[in-house]
Design a protein around this ligand. Structure first.
Ligand SMILES: Cc1ncc(COP(=O)(O)O)c(C=O)c1O
Length: 457
């Protein structure tokens, strides 16, 4: 290994950068230390079985979907899905039954899905192999997951939860219920985001019952590298220990810091950050207060401009930005000092940008309607395609995904019919510099569309 890098990493890190030699067990069929560590994780998170992912929550999500869906199977999913769910749907050849999440035009974000919308989907598609729920959303909003699980189980349908943003939920009663507390069948939980493990490490939890654990293990092994990183595995075990022993007090401190921050932000002219008042329907049934969505529209700037300003002037990196908001996460790693640093920077930002209402630049973006799905994502992905000018592509079926990253939620996904409002919406994002990703042509001047007209799925 290169000398400088070796010195930088240190001997301790290198001494555990090993592979699956016999005494270290094997993630693919654990019978020793990994099995024990996974059992302890299951105990800590209230699961019957937990698996360590060294390929992020994306891999855990793909495992959930591929464990229950095969070619042609239906899966009920919210349309504000993460790209890993879309990838799994393409790999499986599944047919997504989209549920439209509740849209909040005041804040310009999507919330969770309502119990009624899940009921309607299950009534129309009782043969669906699973219901997938994102809990909480990136912005900390939770659907009534317990009611959704109870409902789906009455149909014998398993519930899979994308819990990427919910590693702490299980450890504090002031946080929304975790997937396992709600009785969900599987959950993919990003330990690396909030739970204190290293980037790329994550957990997949399973409850006994509808989904056979042996199937999940087989799929998990199929998706996982044979050269598993013990640095990542060890960091998962250590993070599990920390949460099991101190999760409540760490969460308590985090919630208090976040409430302090929210309160102060709401006193800064031109800024606003929602709290529990966001909870008023069963699609916004509960709220994780550690997420700070900061609305900057009343400063006459986009979230992206605020993100860049904070980077350039205060060396602060936000979690994500969109047209109207920045999202900041308060985590167990924060302290009054780090939070005050953010608050001071936000106060300076507001002062630098604040203008009387009459001089404000209006930032008006309308979230387009959910596009029509004309082909399954897999059929569109594997169709004959051609490159076509994006600005003129209304009416064509797209065969690639276009999303803003982060958060990685597709605005258009393979199989959907492009309409003028989507073109406008994506161009508006490009104009202000928001990171539009996905298309093979990264300038998005051209997009890949399906050549032949295919039957509607
Ligand atoms: C809602 C959601 N699901 C899944 C993921 C994927 O997680 P990972 O980056 O660990 O693969 C993310 C990542 O940000 C996410 O926001």
């Amino acid at each position: 290994m290169e000398e400088g890098f070796r010195a930088f990493l240190g001997e301790n890190a290198l001494s555990i950068d090993l592979i699956n030699i016999a005494p270290l067990d094997d993630l693919h069929q654990p019978t020793g230390v990994i099995e024990e560590a996974q059992r302890l994780a299951a105990d800590a998170f209230g699961a019957d079985y937990s698996m360590f992912s060294v390929q992020g929550t994306s891999c855990a999500i793909m495992c959930m979907v591929l464990s229950v869906c095969g070619p042609g199977d239906k899966i009920i999913v919210p349309r504000n899905l993460h790209k890993s769910i879309l990838s799994a749907i393409i790999f499986a050849g599944a047919k997504p039954v989209f549920i439209i999440p509740e849209r909040d035009t005041k804040w310009g974000i999507d919330h969770g899905i309502s119990v009624r919308s899940v009921k309607n989907a299950l009534e129309r598609h009782p043969d669906a192999k699973a219901v997938l729920v994102i809990n909480p959303t990136y912005f900390g909003v939770c659907a009534n997951l317990k009611a959704i699980v109870d409902l789906a189980h009455r149909y014998g349908t398993p519930v899979l939860v994308d819990e990427a943003h919910g590693a702490l939920l299980h450890f504090h009663d002031k946080l929304p219920l975790s997937a396992m507390q709600c009785g969900a069948d599987m959950a993919a939980t990003s330990m690396h985001k909030l739970g204190g493990s290293l980037t790329q490490s994550s957990l997949l939890h399973v409850k006994k019952g509808i989904v056979p654990i042996t199937k999940v293990q087989t799929v998990f092994s199929m998706l996982t590298t044979t050269s598993t990183s013990y640095i990542l595995l060890a960091s998962l075990d250590a993070a599990r220990k920390q949460l099991a022993l101190h999760g409540r007090e760490l969460s308590d401190k985090t919630i208090r810091l976040a409430e302090y921050a929210r309160n102060k932000i709401n006193q800064i002219p031109g800024l606003a950050s929602f709290g529990r008042e966001i909870v008023w329907t069963d699609a916004a049934f509960d709220f994780d207060p550690t997420k700070l969505t900061i609305h900057v529209r009343k400063l006459g700037i986009t979230g992206y401009e605020a993100e860049n300003w904070l980077r350039d002037h205060a060396n602060i990196e936000v979690e994500l930005s969109d047209m109207y908001n920045i999202l900041c996460l308060i985590t167990p790693g924060d302290s009054t000092e780090t939070v005050d640093c953010l608050l001071n920077a936000l106060a300076e930002l507001a002062e630098a940008k604040y203008k009387p209402k009459s001089e404000l630049r209006a930032i008006e973006v309308t979230l387009p309607e959910i596009p029509q799905l004309a082909l399954t994502p897999r059929d569109a992905f594997y169709s004959d395609t051609e490159m076509f000018p994006f600005a003129e592509s209304a009416g064509r079926i797209i065969s690639e995904a276009i999303y803003v990253y982060p958060p990685g939620i597709p605005i258009l996904l393979p199989g959907e019919v492009i309409a003028a409002p989507h073109i406008r919406y994506i161009l508006q994002h490009l104009e202000v510099g928001l990171p539009i990703k996905g298309p093979a042509d990264s300038t998005v001047r051209n997009v890949k569309v399906v050549v032949a007209t295919k039957a509607i799925c």
